[in-house]
Design a protein around this ligand. Structure first.
Ligand code: GDP
Length: 356
């Protein structure tokens, strides 16, 4: 599916940069990107995105909005024509099938402004506008900052739901490692960004697989799964590298039908979702196994799909396989849309009440 990635704010810019970079590595011509920010310094390092738009200069002089979502929304409203001008140029060049606005939900610029832009794009272009919203990992944060981040996230998500066709949630907390692993925050963000880009790219590019699949999963299947009523979605993923004959000392698996079926079942484990939730009762789902053609066992896919249908209590899980003759991995991405369990958000609410 051709997607124009719109990185809004700092987290959004870095994520959009990762998506476009991943598209380039895969020689995908279906991605392009643009970064929008109130803070000019945040554009540094976005080496895959040429188009960068500084908004709100009249007020903040390129120095950001802090974590003020109201100011973020006000600037977005006043900068609509400036943003749409930048996007229009890319829209004509790429002719995307969807816009995907990516932003942190707990900051100010993207959290406050992304939905304002989404509403405008929907009315201007009549194409789907999806969101990718990042929830903060607040472990170890000073209480005051934690409260601000969490309440921003809850507030902005409410506004987003009214303006986007679908919002994919990415919860940074899902990626926290134990304290004993001393990973820098930047390194952790890099790891998260790559992981979600891999998951979503697998779903988005399956329809363009060069080797003929047994069952095609194209843009229309993906759009139908995402819906257009502001549903919230999460992506599960399970993947392993193949054992290499030449590099036998490295870890890796030798796929068989049972293994593929297990991967499908394990992909929806709550720890493997971008947003943790009980997925039973969700509205729709799609399943895409990826690997070498000889590893995509049809029976295993059918059995795994039946398992997901049972677990989610939904009639039909859409699916298609993604064969790649040169693949070095066996992987399964599962998109679950229209989730109904928001206990993680309830937890965030509770945490705010405890801390104030
Ligand atoms: P904005 O620039 O005002 O829109 O705010 P940010 O984009 O900095 O949003 C703040 C939140 O985004 C922080 O709470 C972090 O949790 C998260 N964040 C910042 N950078 C990244 C990143 O590169 N990746 C991910 N996954 N999260 C990030």
């Amino acid at each position: 599916m051709r997607v124009l990635w719109i990185g809004y704010g700092q987290a959004g810019g870095k994520l959009a940069n990762t998506f476009v970079g991943m598209g380039a590595v895969l020689r995908e011509k279906s991605y392009d990107g643009i970064a929008i920010n109130t803070e000019e310094a945040d554009f540094a390092g976005l080496n895959r995105i040429r188009d960068k738009v500084t908004i709100g200069r009249y007020k903040q002089k390129g120095r950001g909005v802090g974590a003020n979502i109201e100011l973020g929304a006000e600037i977005a409203q006043k900068s609509l024509s400036q943003m749409v001008d930048g996007i229009d140029k890319l829209n004509r060049r790429l002719e995307p099938e969807a816009f995907w606005i990516v932003a942190g939900l707990s900051g100010g610029t993207g959290a406050g402004g992304a939905h304002v832009l989404a509403r405008e794009l929907k009315t201007t272009y009549g194409k789907p506008v999806y969101g990718l919203g990042v929830l903060p990992s607040a472990t170890g944060m000073p209480a005051e900052k934690e409260v601000l981040y969490l309440s921003n996230a809850l507030k902005s998500l409410e506004s987003w739901r009214r303006c986007f066709d679908n919002i994919l949630l990415l919860d940074n907390q899902q990626y926290e490692l134990g304290e004993e692993t001393r990973e820098s925050v930047e390194k952790m963000y890099g790891r998260i960004n790559k992981d979600v880009a891999r998951r979503l790219t697998l779903l988005l590019t399956a329809g363009g697989a060069k080797y003929p699949p047994q069952e095609v999963f194209d843009a229309s299947e993906l759009k139908a799964t995402l819906g257009k009523d502001g549903q919230i979605s999460t992506i599960g993923y399970r993947g392993e590298s193949l054992r290499s004959r030449t590099r036998f000392w490295r870890k890796g698996i030798e796929p068989n039908a049972r293994r593929l079926e297990e991967f499908i079942e394990e992909s929806i484990n709550v720890r493997r979702l971008t947003f943790p939730c009980d997925i039973s009762g969700s509205k729709a789902a799609a399943l895409v196994p990826y690997g070498r053609p000889e590893h995509l066992f049809a029976q295993a896919i059918i059995a795994g799909k039946a398992h997901l249908e049972q677990e989610m209590k939904i009639g039909e899980v859409r699916y298609g396989d993604y064969p790649d003759r040169r693949g070095t991995e066996l992987a399964v991405a599962t998109l679950i849309s229209g989730i109904t369990d928001f206990s993680r958000l309830e937890q965030m609410k509770k945490r705010i009440e405890e801390a104030i």
